[in-house]
Each structure stands twice: as C-alpha cells, then as structure tokens.
Design a protein around this ligand. Structure first.
Ligand SMILES: [Zn+2]
Length: 253
C-alpha cells in the first residue's frame, strides 16, 4: 500500500510539475494558463493529449516536436521529474501531515519561480502573493510554528534582511528576491529563513565563481538568484531543524 501511495504522490508531482513549467513561462507574460492550448513554440501546432504526458511523451518523441522535429527544451521533463522527486521526498519525510501540505506548497512555489527566473529574470508577484496567502492561512490556523507568531516574524526578518542587503549593495539584489524572502519567512520562521539566506548566498557565490572561471558568468552582469534560493530552501526543508540543532549544540561547547 505504501508503494501505491508513493507512486500516487510521485505521479501528482509529475503532472503538477508540467503545469508549473507552463505557469512559470506564461504568468510573467500575463498570458492565460488555459489559452492558447499547449503548442509547439516553433510550428505552433496544438499538442495532442498523447504528447502531454509528463516525461513519457518527451522520451517517446525523443525530445522533438511530432510535426516539425524542432527540439523540445529539456527543462520540461526536468522540472516534471524534479517536482515529482521532491513531492515523494516530502511524503517520505513527513507522511500525511500538515507539514507535508506546507512542503508541497513550498516546492510548488519554488518550481514556478525557478522557471520564470531562469526564463525572464523575474519572479511574478502573482505567484508570491498566492502562495503567501495560502501558507499564511495554514500558519495561523491548522499548522502554526512555535510560537504562533514565528511565521510573521520570519516573514518580516526575511524581507528586511534582503532589503538591507539590497540597499547596502546598491541594487545587487532584485526586488523579486526581497519579496520571495518575505514569503519564505512565512514558511520557515526566523531561524530557518536566516539559514536559507546563508545557504543561498553560499551556493550563489560558489556557482557564480565556478561559472566565472568557466567563462559563462561575467562580472557585474546580474544572474538569476532564484534557483540558488530554491536549492537552499529545499535543504532547509529537509535538514534545517537538524542543522540548527547541530549549530546550537556546537556553539554551546
Ligand atoms: Zn513543431
């Protein structure tokens, strides 16, 4: 039975992942989620239901459009697979709990944001606001942090921390990133949102340096910070409380 539930959660992740990819590409351009129907970006032919199975269709079509053989971006199956694996991971870690529900919200928001940040260097307000409202509702009703106001304090801490960095670095941080940290604070509370901040800066600097060494990133040219924030958030989601416990334990020695 566990296996069936696991498969179910994974499949939901695949299907929603496919939806998040579309959302990430369409919402920033103020396009409708429903219209036009999914189509090939090259020949504009509408995709049939059989071409819309997450991952499987991509494999069956060998990554090419059925009509014009234009390559389909690998980000489609990638976003679908990553969403599915994170959904499954959250279920394995938290079981059927409110924590699982909050995790699904967090993963969903971050997948949409990664797509739009990589595509347009933009984090849509509409996405942030919708997820902020949803998580706030859970945090003040069925699944509060301890103490109950911790989510609100986390939201304020995340927002102010990034806002200060943006002021100090004279615009080195995008407005979308600042707002995103406010929303992450609602998810994580004060301690963990600060952990997310340190991890994102660490990953951003590390990959930025590697990219610079490889000649892919130019100094002074902005790059999408969203994906690093997303990776940091996932680490905080699965290991954050352990990491904070270690920190407190080690600093007490
Ligand atoms: Zn085509």
């Amino acid at each position: 039975m566990e296996l069936v539930w696991g498969l179910y959660v994974f499949t939901c992740g695949l299907i929603l992942g496919s939806f998040y990819h579309v959302a990430g590409l369409r919402l920033p351009k103020k396009q409708s989620m429903l219209w036009p129907r999914s189509h090939c970006s090259s020949c504009k032919k509408t995709l049939k239901a059989i071409d819309l199975f997450p991952v499987l269709s991509y494999l069956l079509l060998k990554g090419k459009c059925r009509h014009c053989s234009q390559r389909i971006s690998y980000t489609y199956p990638l976003v679908e697979l990553v969403t599915a694996m994170l959904f499954l991971g959250a279920w394995l870690a938290f079981g059927w709990s409110w924590n699982f529900a909050v995790s699904l919200l967090l993963i969903s928001m971050l997948m949409i944001i990664i797509v739009s940040d990589l595509a347009y260097m933009l984090i849509p307000d509409k996405v942030l606001l919708s997820f902020a409202a949803a998580v706030l509702l859970l945090r003040i009703s069925v699944h509060p942090l301890d103490p109950w106001w911790s989510a609100l304090a986390g939201g304020a801490a995340g927002f102010l921390l990034l806002f200060m960095i943006a002021v100090l670095s004279k615009g080195g941080m995008g407005g979308g990133d600042i707002k995103l940290f406010g929303v992450l604070g609602l998810f994580f509370g004060v301690q963990e949102v600060i952990l997310v901040f340190f991890l994102s800066v660490l990953f951003g600097a590390l990959f930025g340096m590697l990219g610079w060494l490889a000649g892919k990133v130019k100094k002074g040219v902005p790059f999408a910070f969203g994906p690093y924030i997303a990776i940091a958030s996932m680490i905080a989601l699965f290991f954050g409380s352990d990491m904070i416990d270690w920190y407190i334990y080690l600093s007490g020695k």
